[in-house]
Design a protein around this ligand. Structure first.
Ligand code: NAD
Ligand code: MG
Length: 379
């Protein structure tokens, strides 16, 4: 069994990945997170990695003292997280949230690690750069996002060039069927209640706005080398069909299962083998699976992301940066739910038109989009 490093180990994906590691007896060699020293200490004591890191300097100091009686190296700051990403280990699970995860993912690829990617913002913002580096280094990029894992699983055995279309399923989130008028008065608590999945706050809000599905369209374009028009987003309220592909002869192949992120996490870690069995799916108990078109008039973030990836260049990075800023403001109670899409639109359109760009340009586009969101609010 290979050695595993987890970035974002204290989050929703990170803690579920540790459950998978515990089940499969995978050796965990590195753990990194943002600021939760207490949980990281607990994880470090159980899994005995060689090194750990916290992005927050003060919390990292606390952790260093707490782990004084062990041989575990404790790093701090961005550099510390990158050091863990590049430490001993074969595969790095990237589960930091937001563009904050891009740098350490690039560092891990540079160090020759295979990547199990949960952090979709990495591909949304750094898509071409990340893919180029993956190819240069000859490492693997394995999807963890449930839809992309489903597409990846459905493509096993499909001849190259036979992918016609991707059917990307969406739960529709907690506000499915609501009018824009009604959405103006939804609260943070309403938005944090996802019908089928329990996830970190940022992705839960993204699921409610359908921004998450928009980010996933961009992620799929990069992962599977398809055009945005080759992806059909379908609302499927039950979250049982995790996504599907249409092949060149019209056959549709999909992956179904109970909504449990441990299944796609495990597959990324055991690929091409299958891991241990989770809960069985009873189709007769579920009875009905429904499929319908998304309401792109009410949930504007989805078409905005599609526009961003069609325009290409720095537009996806700008849309993502604007969204990260807008979601923080919404969670702080400073804007309404319906403001998020308007701010994503404003931020996205702040992107400089560039076809030739590097990683600095991506960070600059992200910063400019965030600034645009804050200026739009003031104005
Ligand atoms: P979360 O908020 O629960 O966890 C985020 C983790 O990242 C935490 O450990 C946090 O400490 C760490 N972190 C945050 N900022 C950091 C920084 N600057 N440096 C180092 N560590 C930092 O989020 P989550 O729900 O686990 O999602 C993580 C990623 O996985 C997101 O990109 C999300 O879109 C993606 N994803 C999540 C799910 C899910 O079911 N939760 C499903 C698919 C994809
Ligand atoms: Mg998903």
């Amino acid at each position: 069994m290979r050695e595993l490093i987890i970035l974002g180990s204290t989050g929703s994906i990170g803690t579920q990945a540790l459950e998978v590691a515990r089940n499969l007896n995978i050796r965990v060699t590195g753990l990194a997170a943002g600021s939760n020293a207490e949980l990281l200490e607990k994880q470090a004591r159980e899994f005995k990695p060689l090194s750990v890191a916290l992005r927050d300097q003060k919390q990292a100091e606390k952790l260093k003292i707490a782990l004084k009686d062990t041989d575990i190296k404790v790093f701090s700051g961005k550099e510390g997280v990158n050091a863990v990403a590049c430490g001993r280990g074969d595969i790095v699970l990237c589960a930091i949230v937001g563009i904050a995860g891009l740098e350490s993912t690039l560092a891990a690829i540079e160090a020759g690690k295979d990547i199990a990617l949960a952090n979709k913002e990495t591909l949304v913002t750094g898509g071409d750069t990340v893919k180029k580096k993956i190819a240069q280094k000859g490492v693997r990029l394995l999807p963890v996002d449930s839809e992309h894992s489903a597409i990846f699983q459905s493509l096993q055995g499909a001849p190259s060039g036979s992918l016609n279309k991707i059917i990307l399923t969406a739960s529709g989130g907690p506000f499915f069927g609501m009018t824009r008028e009604r959405l103006k008065s939804v609260t943070v608590n309403d938005a944090l209640k996802h019908p089928n999945w329990s996830m970190g706050k940022k992705i839960t809000i993204d699921s409610a706005t359908l921004m998450n599905k928009g980010l996933e369209v961009i992620e799929a374009v990069h992962l599977f080398d398809v055009r945005p028009d080759d992806i059909e987003v379908v609302v499927h309220r039950q979250s049982i069909l995790h996504s599907a592909v249409e092949l060149s002869d019209g056959a549709v192949i999909g992956q179904l299962g109970t909504p449990d992120m441990k299944i796609p996490i495990q597959y990324a870690l055991t690929y091409p083998e299958r891991g241990v069995k989770f809960e069985s799916l009873s189709l007769t108990e579920i009875g009905t699976l429904t499929f319908e078109k998304p309401d792109t008039e009410t949930f504007k973030c989805l078409p905005l992301c599609i526009e961003a990836i069609k325009k290409g260049g720095l537009f996806p990075a700008a849309a993502n940066g604007a969204n990260e800023e807008a979601v923080s403001l919404f969670l702080e109670g400073k804007i309404r739910f319906t403001d998020i899409a308007d701010l994503v639109n404003a931020g996205m359109n702040s992107a400089p038109h560039k076809t030739d760009f590097d990683i600095e340009d991506i960070y600059n586009a992200d910063a400019l989009a965030r600034q645009t969101v804050r200026n739009t609010l003031k104005g």
